[in-house]
Structure formats: C-alpha cells, structure tokens
Design a binder for this molecule. Sequence first.
Ligand SMILES: Cc1ncc(COP(=O)(O)O)c(C=O)c1O
Length: 396
Amino acid sequence: MISKRVDNISEPETIAMAKKARELAAKGYDIISLSMGEPDFPTPDHIKNAAKAAIDANKTHYPPVAGIPELREAVCHKLKRDNKLDYKPENIVVSTGAKHSLMNTILSLVDPGDEVIVPAPYWVSYRDIITFARGIPVFVEGTLENDFKITPEQLENAITSKTKVFLFSNPCNPTGSFYNEAELRQLAKVFEKHPRIFICSDEIYEYINYVGAHYSIAQIPEMYDRTIVINGVSKGYAMTGWRIGYIAARKEIAVACEKIQGQFTSGANSIAQYAAVAALGDNLEPSKMMTAKFKERRDLVLKLVSEIKGIKTTVPHGAYYLFPDVSSFFGKTTEKGELINNGGDLALYLLNEGHVATVQGSAFGEPNCLRLSFATSNDKLTEAFARMKIALDKLK
Ligand SMILES: Cc1ncc(COP(=O)(O)O)c(C=O)c1O
C-alpha cells in the first residue's frame, strides 16, 4: 500500500533511541539522555518578544514562499557580518529548518543516479535526503587519527563523472571536527579541477565553535558560486522548535528551491520568521553565553571520559557531541551473559544497565563509535559518565 519511496526512508536512530529512553522513563526509571542534539537553553527573550509582537501585529498571513523580505535581508546582513559573504535577498530561501533547506537543495541539484560525496561520519539525515532524491550517497571515511576529516587525496579518489554534490557539515555532527581555512583551501583545490561539482556546506553549528572564528568554504572566491551555504537558527540561538533554516546560493539554485518549496509548504511559519529576524540581529550575547557553557561542558566530558578505560576519543572543536571509539568493548559479555557484538548492543546495554541514552555510531556511518551529546547540565553529565563507567567496568 505505502510507496517504495517511504519504505526506503529509515527512522533516524537518534529518534529511535530517544523513543526507547522515553519508554523506560515512563516506567519510572531515571534516564539521562545524551542522545538528542538540541541546546537545553530556552530561546533568548529578545527573540521571544519579537514573535509576540508579530502575533499582536497580526503578521499571521501566508508569507512569501522564499521568506519575508525582512528575514532575507537579515540573513544577508548576518552573512556579511559574520562570514564576509555578499548575497542579495534573491539568493536567500528561508525554509522550515535547515533540514528542509537541505532537502530543497538536494532535490534541486540531484537527478536520479547522480552521486553525492559525503565525508563519514556524517549527520544521520544526509543518507536519506540523498536517497529520497534518488541520488547515490558516496561515503568517504575520515579516521579518528585524522580527527575524522577526509584528505584532499581521499576526495579526489571518490570523484567520478557522476559526482554532482559534495555535502558536509562544518563543524561536524557527530564528531565535532572542524575544517579550518587551510584545510578547506586544500579541498577547494580538488574542486577546482572538477567544475561540475557543487558544495553543500551545512554550517548549522557555526556559533558552537571552540576554536575561534568560523570559516565558510564559500569565502574562497573560486568556491563562492558553487557553494550552497546551509544555516539556520536552531542551534546557535536555541530555537530548534521554531523551525527556521535558510540557504544562500546563486540565483538559479535559490529559484529552484523556492519552486519546490512553493508546492510543499508555501513558506515557513510567519511568526517564527519574525523571531528569526530578531535572532539574526546584532545581539549575539545570548549565543556567546551558550557557547561558553558548551565549551565548559566539552572540557568536563573530556575529563570524565578520560577516566573510563577502553575509550578513545578526539577533541571536539565544535558542536556539542563527543564521538568516542568504543570498539574495545565489542566481544565482551554482560553480567547476565549477553554478548556485546556492536555499538547497537552497547548503546542498549548502557540504556538498560546505566539508564543513559546514547546513539550508536553506525547511524552516522562509523560503527566503532557512540555519539554522546553534552547539551545538558554539568550535574547530569557527571552522573551520566559515572553510570557509564560503572556499567562498562562490569563488562568482561
Ligand atoms: C548537521 C545538521 N544539519 C542540519 C540539522 C537540522 O537543523 P534544523 O533544526 O534547522 O532543521 C541538524 C540538526 O540536528 C544537524 O545536526
């Protein structure tokens, strides 16, 4: 009855684990969730007030499909201020979250059979978004030793005559790794040899960056016209529920995204768009405060994880995830005699035994790892890592 298109969509494993955790919590267990990827802070007041004012001013009608003019202008202002990038409102399309912006972009560029190169580990939804467009995801594996980043040689070797798009997140979910300007310039040298390829640069974690300034691959003049910058307000302004994302791209691509969106949503929620205008304004203090907190937590979890034997990890330079290699526990048995075969078994064991929800790395294309979100309080993190240590120490 249901179409093959839907059959081919997998439920994000992040959501599947959260569901299991909720079931246990409903039974009365005290579950600490390190599985979801959202800031635990409330949306800043000046943003909430802008939404309230929009309601009172009856800004409640259908918005223009590509976004209200004020927000497209605000996005241009933000891209100039933060990224030294020049765009006009006609280059901007506002959508219902960056996930929707990604879907519009991939649907705009990818024909059936086109290949999309994705460095692994990758964000869960990339694979399904590409397959939904009937493209072929081509994963290029970064290694823990190289901070989970791919090299220009790996990129070159993955390119074929069918490659249409290179899709990556920088900073990266799930690894927290960050390609700096020099590394992006090296990748750009490879792209220069292959003018047909577009670069889809997902910069949703731009503000949650522990190394200082963000650099967008679109800032490299030769890449500007070929890059689709994806960003949004979810992560940097604690606005996941408002569902506002955007692209900045050359006009043909923006027009294509608008065309698709016109048939799917008729544009993003008008009240949330007015809130996003306030978010993208020049009051960056709340975002800076949140990033400082995330950095403190990053340092805390690095300390706590170093106290658990058998775990190897990189230092996340952005986003709010630790992505440790836990493969040394595979092949061990629980006190009940169950064998831990893989990351899925280990994540389930940590949930049932330690009451800590994590996500298996296979969801992100790296089965040796687990993703642990540190977007929660210091107390909860300390308790979660203590519980994980006890549970892991019991494995024989
Ligand atoms: C890498 C990456 N891109 C995009 C998104 C989607 O963000 P939004 O909430 O704006 O749809 C997420 C959310 O988890 C993400 O981790």
